[in-house]
Design a protein around this ligand. Structure first.
Ligand code: ZN
Length: 461
């Protein structure tokens, strides 16, 4: 039996046990953003350390931080082999509204070929399939095909600083030839994909003030400044109905896409536009109609209002003119742009579009750069080959609209290829009630990662 057949056999024979280990991990409510779950986050980290030791990692430990702990593990097999750094996160999102779950979020349940539970897809399930692949190598070959380093964090869903600080302060510990991140999804079950770019993000808050106190609209309406109205005007000036964003420097900084990519977006052979309409439950898209929807999601910048607060929004009527109003506004940005530089551009745009008679303050709440990887490198090629062998279909290369700030930091600090090979599906309901992960994707995912590990042997430059 060749090595690949041995790995696949091992993973098939042990599938039920691997799934039940995932279930055990999923029962730990490691919700990083809620302080009352700090002990559970710690327990989930400890669980991962024990699993890594059981697989055979000579080094597997908790790294204490100012926030939730990191998990670090390392298995050096041969200095002539490349080193792969694998990143994932073991924390999860909160579960409310809990009554919308068909089965309790922390009692992972198998139904109709899916595993349901918070973290099933994002990201414990995807880490578990990587651990299964590593276990298969250890059990069938007594070792790993390449040197492996693992870094798991417990603050991804809470935007914590621990992992970023660690990466910045321990570049030598993390030194690797490539990074593997399993925390994304594919186009659909029949169409595997690899991600070649992630947009960056700039998240801001705009506070606008008018009068020194709230005023009555009868006594002062007609002369009083209304910060809520000013915010609405400002936002509509920053982005018009046709979706165009009015930040002059931004327009000229957007990179051009390749002709192949443009053609793919235009032709949309996978009918992603149709799927997007179904997923959103709408029959018409909004936005820049002169760009295909895939380009709008993958490459174009966005400007979104997430919430506006101020004045009165309770039951009944209250004729207040608020003294102050606040909006949360974010931009998704092409990978080449530095979000902190874009913040300066946004500030100028807000200055020149703010109606007269108001004071404002713009704050940068967080900024994360995007990444863009050249698919023509040995690690991405190996991932594409592994996907093709296991899924029986060539993967497409996709730009992902979302942001993974840690990927940008790896890119900046380690400067090695980042393989964004995720096995989630668009219907996984991550961050929502009834999060789930397809067991078929889980099974194919473990085999793909096992195959990938074998393929990157001897690919050290
Ligand atoms: Zn995630």
């Amino acid at each position: 039996m060749d090595s690949q057949a041995k790995l696949n056999n091992y993973l098939n024979e042990n599938f039920d046990r691997i799934v039940s280990m995932l279930q055990e991990w999923l029962t730990i409510p490691s919700i990083s953003t809620l302080p009352e779950h700090a002990g559970d986050v710690q327990r989930a980290a400890q669980w991962a350390v024990e699993r890594l030791s059981a697989i055979g990692f000579p080094e597997a430990r908790i790294v204490s931080t100012a926030g939730h702990p990191l998990v670090y593990a390392e298995w050096q097999v041969d200095s002539q082999q490349p080193t792969l750094l694998i990143y994932g996160h073991y924390d999860v999102q909160p579960v409310d509204p809990v009554h919308e779950w068909s089965s309790p979020p922390f009692q992972p349940t198998l139904r109709d070929g899916y595993i349901y539970g918070r973290g099933a897809s994002d990201d414990k399930g995807q880490i578990m399939l990587v651990l299964a692949a590593l276990e298969a190598w250890a059990e069938t070959n007594t070792t790993q095909p390449v040197n492996v380093k693992i870094l798991l964090e417990g603050e991804e869903e809470a935007g914590g600083a621990a992992v970023g600080d660690y990466v910045l302060n321990h570049p030598e510990t993390l030194r690797a030839d490539a990074v593997l991140i399993c925390d994304t999804h594919m186009v659909n079950a029949g169409q595997p994909s690899l991600i070649t770019s992630l947009r960056g993000i700039l998240y801001t808050e705009i506070a606008v003030s008018g009068a020194k106190t709230d005023l009555h609209s009868g006594s002062y309406g007609g002369v009083a400044p209304n910060p809520l109205h000013a915010l609405c005007l400002l936002i509509s000036r920053l982005k018009s109905e046709d979706g165009s964003i009015h930040i002059p420097q931004l327009a000229s900084a957007i990179p051009a896409a390749s002709l192949t990519e443009k053609q793919f977006w235009q032709e949309d052979p996978l009918h992603i536009q149709k799927e997007l309409l179904v997923e959103m439950g709408v029959n018409k898209m909004v936005g820049e109609t002169s760009y295909p929807p895939l380009e709008r999601i993958g490459l174009r910048p966005t400007l979104e209002v997430h919430g506006i607060r101020g004045g009165f929004s309770g039951e009944g009527a209250k004729t207040v003119i608020p003294a102050r109003a606040v909006a949360k506004v974010s931009l998704r940005l092409p990978a080449n742009l530095d979000p902190n530089e874009v913040f300066g551009w946004l500030l100028q745009a807000v200055q020149s579009n703010m109606p007269a008679g108001y004071q404002f303050h713009l704050s940068n709440l967080h900024a994360g750069k995007g990444i863009s990887v050249n698919p023509d490198n040995p690690y991405i090629r190996a991932a594409a080959e592994a996907v093709e062998v296991i899924f029986g279909t060539l993967p497409v290369f996709m730009r992902e609209g979302g942001s993974i700030p840690i990927a940008a930091l790896f890119d900046e600090v380690l400067q090695v290829p980042i393989v964004l090979l995720g096995f989630g599906l668009p219907g996984d309901r991550v961050h929502a009630p009834n999060e789930n992960f397809s067991l078929d994707q889980f099974r194919k995912g473990m085999k793909t990662v096992a195959d990938f590990l074998g393929r990157i042997r001897h690919s050290k430059p």
